[in-house]
Design a protein around this ligand. Structure first.
Ligand code: CU
Length: 370
């Protein structure tokens, strides 16, 4: 028992000595940390100033290196887009000035007023005048920017000029479908249950369907439906009526500086006036393959990246030529209704008879004219 006590006392003494040694070690570390702390402060202060200069040089360098290559490389290709560019410039100017002033002050103050034994921090809890100034000034600046933005937004989304070309744009997974109203100038009705990927991508109501209470809408018979490429006319406003067949997409028109969501069931509109034809842009950009692209600006599924549409901007004459060649989508689905297919195929045996008839009719017509 006595031996046990001796061992216990020895162990405890060792433990006490060990703890005392540890404690003095901690004290030494703490004393050293005080020095390290001061040293770190100086280093951090230096880094603050170094970061400020490196940052400002970086901003200048990025500006020199990238302006003209990425941001606003070419002027806007639409009249409305010029206003967007102006807004961007004003916003960059205002936020740029604020950015430079605040960043210089932030890093300079962190360096200049780093902890020092020679001075005491001032206790400065509140100042109403300063609070009012830094609330009111940004509020006024933001209000000006928002008001300019809203004014432009309302002009792009308001009623288009009466002479505008109207095109319906429908997004789908994964592509764009464009519809022109045809000769009657009226878009025929459509219903999603009529969609047939074989020949009726938009679900136009071009036949009666009792089970879903759909009636044939003659206005849809002359509608022209195009996939992937739409045509617009230089210097003529074009109004887009935008929708979607499935999920939310977005008509992104980077060259025209505009974009608008394509929402299923809720049509959105946007109008703009193209300034340059595609051919003019090929020359301006020096890119013979230039195309005005419609990119989908809303992640809409695994084929999102491939949703590229094209706007071919042409002159009025070129448009009229293109338009004259278009056939309503109705005739592709119902070839028998196509006037071009109306003449019954002439049986070989009846050739003489038919020819004779034609000659007679022609002569009669000539006589009538005389
Ligand atoms: Cu999409």
């Amino acid at each position: 028992m006595a031996a046990f006590f001796v061992i216990a006392v020895v162990v405890l003494v060792f433990l006490v000595i060990f703890q005392i040694a540890k404690a003095s070690e901690y004290v030494a570390v703490l004393k050293g940390e005080e020095r390290a702390h001061k040293q770190n402060n100086k280093i951090n202060g230096f880094f603050m100033i170094a970061f400020l200069f490196a940052g400002l040089i970086g901003v200048y360098w990025c500006n020199e290196a990238l302006v003209g290559k990425t941001l606003m490389v070419h002027e806007s290709s639409s009249v409305q887009g010029e206003k967007v560019d102006e807004m961007l410039k004003v916003t960059l100017l205002i936020t740029g000035i604020v950015f430079i002033i605040t960043q210089v002050l932030l890093f300079w103050f962190a360096f200049r007023y780093q902890e020092s034994d020679k001075r005491k921090a001032m206790y400065f809890p509140h100042n109403n005048t300063m609070e009012i100034i830094w609330t009111v000034v940004p509020a006024i600046a933001l209000t000006i920017l928002v008001v300019i933005g809203l004014r432009n937004w309302f002009s792009f989304t308001s009623d288009a000029p009466k002479n505008a070309l109207v095109v319906e744009v429908t997004g789908k997974q994964f592509g764009w479908i464009f519809r022109y109203p045809g000769e009657d100038g009226v878009f025929g009705k459509r219903y999603y249950k009529m969609i047939d990927d074989a020949n009726n991508y938009l679900g136009l109501n071009w036949r009666d369907s009792a089970d879903i209470s759909i009636k044939d809408d003659p206005a849809s018979h002359d509608d022209i439906v195009q996939q992937q490429t739409m045509y617009a006319i230089k210097n003529k406003p074009v109004k887009l009526i935008i929708g979607s067949r499935d999920v939310v997409h977005d008509v992104g028109l980077a060259w025209f500086r505009l974009k608008m969501d394509a929402v299923p069931g809720t049509p959105t509109t946007l109008w703009f006036t193209p300034k340059f034809t595609t051919n003019e842009m090929k020359e301006k950009t020096g890119n013979p393959n230039f195309q005005y692209e419609i990119s989908c600006d809303q992640i809409c599924g695994n084929g999102h990246y491939s949703m590229k549409g094209v706007i071919e901007v042409v002159t009025q004459t070129e448009f009229d030529e293109w338009n004259a060649k278009q056939k309503p989508a109705y005739f592709a689905a119902f070839p028998e209704k196509d006037p071009a297919n109306q003449k019954p195929a002439t049986p070989v045996a009846d050739t003489t008879k038919t020819s004779a008839k034609t000659i007679v009719t022609d002569t009669a017509a000539k006589k009538d004219k005389i």
